[in-house]
Write a protein that binds this ligand. Structure first.
Ligand code: AMP
Ligand code: MG
Length: 350
């Protein structure tokens, strides 16, 4: 049975954190909130616990995990050759949603990073996550706490739905702050390369390290099989149950196209869902199931609501989903990346 414990995210009860940390140390699996999404954590140095993460998520073994640390001493236990550039980024963005790619020390179980010579690491900013890692006294390997290919969990309810009875504990710390995953930056190349857009905008990183290359995986324009360089990116991600279409272009044309296509579906008797914004939601007929992500002038709200809204489409049992494309800047770059993947690259440009 999975234990569910409510914890105040701003002021976590130390006795509960101690109790949960003991479960990590004993090789258990714990779902916990971070500032991005909920993570499914295990002791990085316990290879059978790490293998269990892959098992319960149904995660392909060649999709490497991100390791979460609470201090630099833990970073040094798992990596070597920490560059000045890395230290500068750490200084600016940790604790926070920036994952950096380092060289992996040989003592780290290789399955953590899918046998790559490198390892992805970040220091989360959520007080529950940070105190749990600190109390466990070990880096915690943690992918998102969802079944692989489903939208990432941004509340304990999402984790319960996907993983109840498969893991030891779920810490319920309320809804996560950002609602999209960390930004992943490969600092082993010069210039560094953005592997995944995330909660920290690319523009903010460039202010610190100058120009950054953007990988094809980050742009997510192509299906995964065509992208060789990004581990883990060849799998379907974030997908709602119904087929999804992402309509990109100038806003008026996007709305017009969605209305045209969705009306045809409704006439065929299909139940249609639309992922819209405050500015556009009133333009759609009432026969569509419209979910509003937020206002285009509040990109952080849109990010916060994204995965919850994709899961809501499942609950509504729609047959088809249309989503409005968003500008690829700031945190909306991350939102667009997730929408492109969730749609299985069914992108309609108007
Ligand atoms: P998730 O845990 O679902 O947020 O996914 C973590 C992602 O981080 C993986 O899918 C990879 O794309 C990326 N990642 C993890 N480790 C590495 C690594 N050593 N090199 C490059 N990318 C990595
Ligand atoms: Mg994930």
């Amino acid at each position: 049975m999975t234990e569910i414990i409510k914890v105040d995210p701003l002021n976590p009860d130390p006795s509960i954190i101690k109790y949960v940390a003991e479960i990590i140390v004993k090789g258990g699996l714990v779902a916990f909130p971070t500032e991005t999404v909920y993570g499914l954590g295990a002791d990085t140095f316990n290879s059978s616990a790490v293998k269990k993460i892959f098992e319960v998520k149904g995660r392909p073994i060649d999709n490497p995990l991100i390791v979460h640390v609470s201090n630099l001493e833990q970073l040094e236990r798992i990596t070597y050759d920490i560059s000045d550039k890395a230290l500068k980024l750490i200084d600016c963005f940790w604790p926070g949603p920036l994952t950096l790619i380092f060289k992996r020390k040989s003592g780290v179980p290789p399955e953590v990073s899918a046998y790559l010579p490198t390892i992805a690491v970040r220091m989360p900013a959520n007080p529950i996550a940070l105190s749990l890692i600190n109390e466990s006294k070990t880096p915690i390997a943690a992918p998102s706490a969802n079944i692989s290919s489903k939208p990432s969990p941004t509340s304990a309810e999402h984790v319960i739905k996907d993983l109840y009875d498969k893991i030891d504990i779920i810490i319920d710390g309320g809804e996560t702050l950002y609602g999209v995953e960390s930004t992943i930056l490969n600092i082993q190349s010069d210039p560094p390369k953005l592997l995944r857009p995330g909660a920290i905008p690319l523009e903010e990183i460039e202010k610190v390290v100058g120009c950054v290359d953007v990988s094809e995986a980050a742009l997510a324009e192509k299906p995964y099989q065509l992208i060789a360089e990004a581990p883990g990116m060849k799998y379907r991600h974030y997908a709602p149950m119904a087929p999804m279409f992402l309509v990109e272009g100038e806003i008026d044309r996007v709305v017009a196209k969605i209305i045209e296509l969705a009306q045809e579906d409704v006439l065929k008797g299909l139940k249609v869902g639309v992922l819209a914004t405050s500015e556009t939601c009133k333009l759609y007929p009432e026969s569509f199931n419209v979910i509003v992500l937020g206002s285009r002038s509040e990109p952080y709200t849109i990010a916060h609501n994204l995965f919850k809204s994709l899961r809501l489409m499942d609950d509504l049992n729609v047959n088809k989903i249309y989503a409005e494309g968003l500008p690829m800047k700031g945190i909306l770059f991350a939102v667009q990346n997730r929408l492109r993947k969730a749609s299985g690259h069914n992108i309609i440009r108007v």
